[in-house]
Write a protein that binds this ligand. Structure first.
Ligand SMILES: Cc1cc2nc3c(=O)[nH]c(=O)nc-3n(C[C@H](O)[C@H](O)[C@H](O)COP(=O)(O)O)c2cc1C
Length: 225
């Protein structure tokens, strides 16, 4: 069969992922907040992809705690105010070239409100409908086999210790479920902002009860639906 594709060599491969605001503190307890979009969850862990030399990368390695705050579509403006800013001072030459500047108080700069967390030092973001507190359990170097890129990016594995959601996201009649029809995540695709569309198709995977995914010891304590 003839290929129906063309070959391209994109400089970035950011086809679309949710935006997260990562809240951290440095060794002196100074807060930082930065947008990333390299994040996924599997099991009860989050995996974050961050530039090793960003303030967030340094803080994750040094203090091993964070809050993963998920902005919804309505917060695109606040997230964009954090774009091209860094908690690092001075700003690296490479970042300065494309317009990055140092911002000391990212919460004030974005117009976002810090809230204390329950299990970690870094603040939560009040306006974000989802806040996940967590501890960094491991840091893995990405691209360490590529001499041109080695040392640039790390993957932080985060054990989620507490999840807070705005009440309207909770599925009616449930304690612990999020209603995906009410959740409008802010997404990034090729550096631009989007959100998700309406539900498309009945889901066979969704016939599995969410409680099935809990470890057996914890699930045993949960009454059947
Ligand atoms: C929408 C958006 C998505 C981004 N995604 C990432 C990412 O996945 N990983 C990363 O290291 N930086 C990402 N950045 C760039 C960081 O925000 C940037 O490096 C910033 O300077 C980090 O701030 P800090 O130095 O205070 O930690 C993203 C920026 C924006 C606006």
């Amino acid at each position: 069969m003839e290929s129906s594709h063309v070959t391209i060599d994109p400089a970035i491969l950011y086809f679309g992922t949710p935006v997260a605001l990562i809240s951290t503190v440095d060794v002196e307890g100074r807060p930082n907040l930065a947008p990333i979009s390299s994040v996924f969850w599997l099991g009860h862990r989050a995996v974050l992809g961050v530039a090793a030399r960003s303030q967030t990368g340094l803080n994750l390695a040094a203090t091993r705690e964070c809050v993963i705050n998920l902005p919804d579509a309505a917060l695109a403006g606040a997230v964009d105010r954090l774009a091209l800013t860094t908690g690092r001072n001075p700003v690296s030459e490479r970042k300065a070239q494309v317009g990055y500047r140092h911002v000391g108080d990212k919460f004030a700069h974005a117009g976002l409100t810090p809230l204390p967390s329950d299990t970690v030092e870094p603040f939560r973001v009040a306006e974000c409908p989802v806040n996940m507190e967590g501890a960094v359990t491991r840091i893995h170097e990405l691209e360490s086999d590529d001499p041109e890129r080695a040392g640039g990016i790390v993957l932080a594995e985060v054990a989620v210790s507490r999840v807070h959601v705005h009440p309207e996201l909770r599925m009616p009649g449930t304690e612990n479920r999020v209603d995906p029809t009410r959740w409008r995540p802010l997404m990034m695709s090729f550096q631009r902002y989007f959100t998700i569309g309406p539900e498309l198709h009945p889901s066979r995977l969704a016939t599995i009860r969410e409680e099935w995914y809990r470890p057996r010891s914890a699930a045993a304590e949960i009454p059947p639906r």
